[in-house]
Design a protein around this ligand. Structure first.
Ligand code: NAG
Ligand code: NAG
Ligand code: NAG
Length: 504
């Protein structure tokens, strides 16, 4: 369905509603009816009844996170329908700047990044959209969704602050993104009802109010002063103080077992009235390399969900369907703990797109509050592809001359990935040992980011690892031999101090 057509359909729907109102008041004024009808499409905050108003009627959302960049676009509609079947009326997505602008001024909104198609699909399925444009998103993604090249443009850039270089690129990015999504705001006929400013900014402890305020103002400039903006943090006084700005809803992120009443009281310290919203409610949990999959109790998830829904709050499950970190886009938590390729998140809909037992339990709780639209979906049939045989072709080091595009760069000291415009993946560092060594010698690489495979004359000697805090290796290497380190970037830090993200 074309965009124009879907907009027209909305006008017709609201023309009908408009007519019933207008019949009582404005008999016969055809054109005025249309104007009146468009105006009825509103999404606002009722500070008396502490609830959202959708087209003037009390409304609360029950939403689930679904990130378009983590699900192949041919499955978007299927996943959304399964969300709707569980009783959800909305979805929530982040926008990942680093994917849409892989290099400065080069934009990509196609394939898995076809945001317009994603928003249209949500609307077709009948889900509203909670929109989280960042620019920083965390999301367990490389550098929290910020483009790696920010660190190349200015070596000491102060990310997530009012740093002029950072803000110059943020404003340029928003001047591209926001006009694209403007037609999809609820007031303009689309599904987007609320928009987040930054992401859990109070938790990081930077407390740059000018930064938060400029982001809010940029959103207002492009989307209008009448859109509902919100911010979110763990329900903690210190966090809420640290990103406390006017004109945004204060919302909370928490998991099962939280004292919901207390969490909402903390929100009320900063926002006396308005709807209560849980922006991230965790019906599962993330994974890290080397850890067993998270095992959160489904009963506890359901009990706390019941507490949230019985308080008339709006809620978003983070994640309802996690999906996959395709390519090299996973991030890492500090310590250093990189995220794996899977973002299953033990979410209600599995990485394969199937409803899980957790999905069924959660939909039972939701059905206490809203009727479910129909029968629950079944797992999809699976293809049996049989065993796969892998054949030896070449070692990586031998294959380097045949790989597409690698440049050889000579420098006195090793350069970072960012300095060499290598966004992700691997880099090979080689040097000839110029001095007489001890036997064994100790190779010490304390600044390694993140995993180094060590070779002497192409003979594999061992692995250094930032996550295992192993930064030195005894080895035998003689003068005039070639020492090589294949460095793997395992994902830039996505939360806390993301300034320490350069790779080498
Ligand atoms: C845009 O992104 C899509 C999805 O990730 C990718 O398949 C495509 O190659 C990209 N296009 C360009 C021009 O880089
Ligand atoms: C998860 O926890 C439950 C209850 O604590 C336990 O019965 C179950 O075996 C655990 N599952 C896994 C995969 O560890
Ligand atoms: C929830 O909303 C209903 C209907 O408006 C109201 O009767 C009830 O008191 C509200 N509950 C709470 C906890 O605010």
């Amino acid at each position: 369905m074309s965009h124009t057509l879907s907009l027209n359909l909305h006008n017709i729907v609201f023309l009908v509603i408009g007519l019933t109102v207008v019949k009582l008041t404005l008999l016969g004024l055809g054109f005025l009816t249309l104007v009146k009808a468009t105006k009825l499409r509103t999404f606002t905050v009722d500070n008396q009844r502490n609830i959202f108003l959708k087209d003037g009627q009390p409304f609360r959302y029950i939403s689930g996170s679904l990130h378009y960049f983590r699900v192949p676009n041919m499955y978007w509609k299927d996943r959304m329908k399964k969300m709707k079947a569980a009783g959800l009326n909305s979805l929530q997505t982040y926008v990942e700047w680093s994917s849409h602008e892989p290099e400065p001024g080069m934009y990509n909104f196609s394939g898995e990044l076809d945001l317009v198609k994603f928003l249209k699909t949500a609307q077709e399925v009948g889900l509203l959209v909670i929109f989280r444009p960042g620019p920083y998103i965390c999301a367990e993604r490389d550098m929290g969704g910020l483009p790696y090249w920010l660190m190349r443009e200015k070596m000491d850039i102060k990310l997530r602050t009012n740093d002029p270089t950072y803000m110059k690129f943020v404003k340029k990015w928003f001047s591209t993104l926001l006009p694209i999504i403007n037609p999809f705001l609820y007031k303009n006929g689309g599904p987007i009802v609320t928009i987040q400013v930054e992401n859990e900014y109070g938790q990081v402890g930077i407390c740059d109010f000018e930064y938060m305020t400029s982001l809010r103002d940029v959103l207002h400039d492009y989307l209008g002063k009448d859109v509902i903006l919100f911010k979110t943090d763990i329900p903690h006084v210190g966090a809420y103080k640290c990103d406390n700005i006017d004109g945004v809803l204060v919302t909370a992120d928490f998991g099962s077992g939280t004292n919901v009443k207390k969490a909402f009281e903390t929100i009320r310290l900063f926002r006396k009235s308005g709807p209560l919203v849980v922006t991230e409610y965790y019906p599962g949990w993330m994974g890290h390399w080397g850890e067993p999959q998270a095992n959160v109790s489904t009963k506890m998830i359901c009990d706390t969900l019941d507490d949230i829904l019985s308080a008339n709050a709006s809620v978003n499950f983070y994640m309802f369907h996690g999906g996959t970190n395709f390519g090299f886009k996973n991030g890492a938590n500090m310590k250093y703990a990189p995220q794996p390729t899977s973002y299953d998140y033990t979410a209600p809909i599995s990485e394969a797109g199937d409803p899980t037992p957790r999905y069924i339990s959660i939909s039972k709780i939701i059905s206490k509050y809203v009727p479910l639209p129909g029968p629950l979906p079944k797992p999809a049939p699976k293809l049996s592809i049989g065993p796969l045989t892998l054949n030896w072709i070449s070692s990586l080091l031998d294959a380097i001359p045949f790989l597409k595009g690698p440049d050889i760069v000579y420098s006195k000291y090793p350069k970072t990935f960012e300095e060499l415009s290598q966004a992700y993946g691997f880099m090979v560092y080689s040097t000839v040992v110029t001095f007489i060594t001890t036997d064994p010698a100790v190779l010490n690489v304390p600044g390694l980011h993140d995993r180094g495979y060590i070779f002497v004359e192409k003979k594999f000697m061992g692995v250094l690892s930032r996550s295992e805090r192993i930064c030195s290796l005894p080895l035998q290497v003689k003068q005039d031999q070639i020492l090589t380190i294949l460095v793997e970037n395992q994902g830039r830090i996505n939360s806390g101090n993301i300034l320490d993200s350069k790779k080498s």
